[in-house]
Write a new protein. Sequence first.
Length: 265
Amino acid sequence: MRSFAMNDAARAIVRAGWVASIAASLVSFIVAAVIAPVPADAASISGTVTGPDGAPLRAAFVQARHGKLKMTVSVLTDKAGRYVVENLPAGDYRLSVRALGTRSEPKSGITLAADGTAAYDFALQSAPVRWSDLTILQGLQLLPEARGKQTLFDNCLSCHGFQSKMAAVTTDEDGWRTRVEFMREAMRSSLADRAGFSDAQADEVVSYLTHVFGEASVLPKSPTELAAYADTTAKIADGVLLNADSLDVSAVKSGLTVGVGSVMS
């Protein structure tokens, strides 16, 4: 398989990748970011997460969303499936779990007082892994080599991923051309800073998107059907599943709070 390790596409992954997709580097991101003050009276939510087999699920992302503050705090479950989301301001929360190959209903309407606590468990069910569930790095590794792939990754994924805007859409060549031309116009100034985006490049991207996400897509229904899929899944080290006493920080960026909060040892 062709290597993209040091080109513009790899740099695009770093710029656009969702933090959950690079969990092994999550700690360094948080330590380097701005440390948010901890409220004097802080609330918490705790519980356990089990997988489809009923066993504790390690390294699942549990996310508590404060609707009014537009703030999301994420934590990882430990090897016993336990999680604790700490240092939360009072308010109404929505609690959800993210883990590839699973699904669960989020829990809404959770109201926490300033020093309140709540406990919620999740029993996840099996779900197919979709192409829109992959990280950008996995897409780079698993999407087939064809005309336009390099152009797509070099020019488009520095601003957005392929998951919701491409992999979650099925349309014909005309539909992809309309979308590419719209983005080409909307991002004209940004593309100009990178030596522009020619008609030939646009044709290449349209060709590739039609090839992989068109009505006659060459992709299997799920990326898990590919032999190489297992090699692309993140291996999260135990050191990322931090003890509550070793680190308790939140990183604040553009209104989004991402924390490796307290997971139990």
